[in-house]
Design a protein around this ligand. Structure first.
Ligand SMILES: COC(=O)COc1cccc(COC(=O)c2cn[nH]c2)c1
Length: 239
């Protein structure tokens, strides 16, 4: 997968070339390019923002630099992702869908946002998604891109050592992951649930499912509504 990020703070995206991602890049599973939007400005001050039409606080990112940057960086048909508080929710399902894409381009907004005509114009050349990573407002899209790139690239085959651990992630089956334990069996008066030491694999699997349903019902009742009927019935018994 090819990932390109357009931003006025390229140094903010430095973590992308380290740790998990660094290894994946080194192994050729994903290639990442981070580009400074100011490369595509046309004035001596390298201006990327201007006052909003219609008045209002703050500044808006100008369309021209974005148009030139996207023409230069975005492969034909590549999915353009714009992180924004006003976007559709970014979920594990969205991450899984994007993980099959050959290329993704991320546009990091700053100030009050990017002139809307950029997304509208970009949609003429390929899919554009305005997505939110949560109901809060950041100073810019860079942190959201770090989050989304991590969620997507860890799903790429070969990036996460143990493929099973990806399969059993929270949200992979619509449920939250239950509690995990490791040695020692007793720690500061807290013991590991005995079933996990029993060797009864069917019992362990049943217990883990029950823990996931219970935790989901308690912490994310909004997710319970989306469960299939079997899981729903089980979850309702546990609230
Ligand atoms: C068309 O889209 C835009 O103009 C985007 O513009 C902005 C403006 C300010 C901040 C951001 C960053 O995204 C978030 O704050 C965000 C994403 N998820 N949850 C919070 C983006």
């Amino acid at each position: 997968m090819r990932i390109d990020v357009l931003t006025i703070f390229p140094e903010y995206l430095a973590p992308l070339s380290q740790s998990l991602l660094g290894k994946a890049t080194a192994r050729g599973l994903v290639s990442i390019g981070v580009h400074d939007l100011r490369q595509w400005t046309d004035d001596v001050h390298r201006t990327v923002d201007d006052s909003p039409y219609g008045g209002g606080p703050g500044m808006v990112m100008r369309a021209e630099p974005w148009g030139r940057a996207l023409e230069s960086v975005r492969l034909p048909g590549a999915r353009l992702v714009v992180p924004t508080p006003a976007g559709r929710p970014f979920t594990q399902q969205v991450a899984a869908r994007w993980a099959t894409e050959p290329a993704l381009v991320f546009a990091c907004g700053r100030y009050e946002g990017i002139d809307q005509r950029v997304a509208d114009w970009a949609a003429e050349a390929g899919p554009v998604e305005e997505v939110s990573i949560g109901d809060y407002v950041l100073a810019g899209g860079e942190s959201a891109v770090l989050v989304m790139v991590e969620a997507v690239t860890r799903l790429l085959p070969g990036v996460v050592g143990n493929a099973e651990s990806v399969e059993f992630d929270s949200h992979a089956d619509g449920l939250l992951e239950g509690p995990s334990y490791t040695r020692p069996a007793s720690w500061r008066g807290h013991d590991v649930p005995p079933v996990l030491l029993s060797g009864d694999h069917a019992g362990i699997a049943r217990w883990r499912r029950e823990q996931s349903l219970r935790r989901t019902a308690q912490r994310r009742p909004d997710l319970v509504a989306q469960l299939d009927s079997a899981s729903l019935t089980a979850a309702e018994q546990l609230v």
